[in-house]
Design a protein around this ligand. Sequence first.
Ligand code: DAV
Length: 378
Amino acid sequence: MKIVNSWNDFDPLKHVIVGRADNCCIPPSEPASKAKVPLNSPMRGMTGPRPLDTVEKANAQLDNLVKVLEGLGVKVDRPEALQWNQAVVTPHFMTGSMFGCMPPRDVLLTIGSDIISAPMSFRSRFFEHYAYSKNLREYFEKDPNFRWIAAPRPELGDKSYDMHYFDDHITEDILLERTAKLHMVTTEHEILFDAADVMRLGKDLFVQHGLTTNRKGMEWLRRMYPDMRIHAVNFPGDPYPIHIDATFVPLKPGLILNNPHRKLPKEQRKIFEANDWEIVDAAMPAHDTPPELCYSSVWLSMNCLVLDHKTVLVEESEKAQQEQMDKLGMNVIPVPFRDAYAFGGGLHCATADVYREGECQDYFPNQVEDPTLVKFEG
Ligand code: DAV
């Protein structure tokens, strides 16, 4: 029986994993996660299990998302929450706690009939893939074509990070300068990527070079998938480039929303222009600030879950984003989700594809000189 199949983020969704907020922690500071906690956030210095009432509220919205999806005929699986408030000790590092299993999108990368558990660049997220073992074992038992792949487990020792990246004198302006120059907190010591840095469009993967994904991670994907084209993209204007799904979001074949504060540079657009893809500025978010104790920016407004080429789930309060998508020809289903944001993201983050209809398509048959194309850099 075929269970796993998904080549993009917009073909008809039939089977998905939705995360859980149980036991979720704010992990202790570590070389990479200082990046995730904005400089002026009250979360700096706060660690430990998240308050129970916030967990319950997030779970209520996650459970409601499950109901909405099931009501639309989508099969939903859930991960197994571990006791995340345990230390992680490996030969290369120790850290005081884990994170959670709300955003499966960060961890699981579905490419056709493969699901890859990503290396993950945060020490606190090293063992997070175990939350999905139960699901993946089941797919492995039932689907003879499903390939369960673990990317190389990273060391995440001090060589994997620029240990001075977040020294005390750091400002947002300095961060903007550095990220624009592709100087990230993660080094090129080893293969690193988070699954949510990869945007899938059939034969092409567009991978954000940012704080959580390096060039070696892209090179690993290139060697794993020699018939695919891997593109390195980056978005100057984002001081914390972590995950591509509040920055560059495809809605249907030929149409991508781009965060207007994080625009894809001109020379990186050639491949889209040569193949008649339209890149549209996303609407402004409804909120000036993210919810309390939230890692992500207000741009979770565009972190939508596309169900098919005409249907999309958008957070309930994001009226401008809903209106824009409506004008772009989508049927918008509003879903309340802000209480879940602090646990790791929006509607796209909170899900991971198991099955979408459709095959691997070539959306970019016209090849132009493309500076994003990843080649061996030996
Ligand atoms: O804009 O904070 C959030 C993406 C979460 N997966 C942002 C990126």
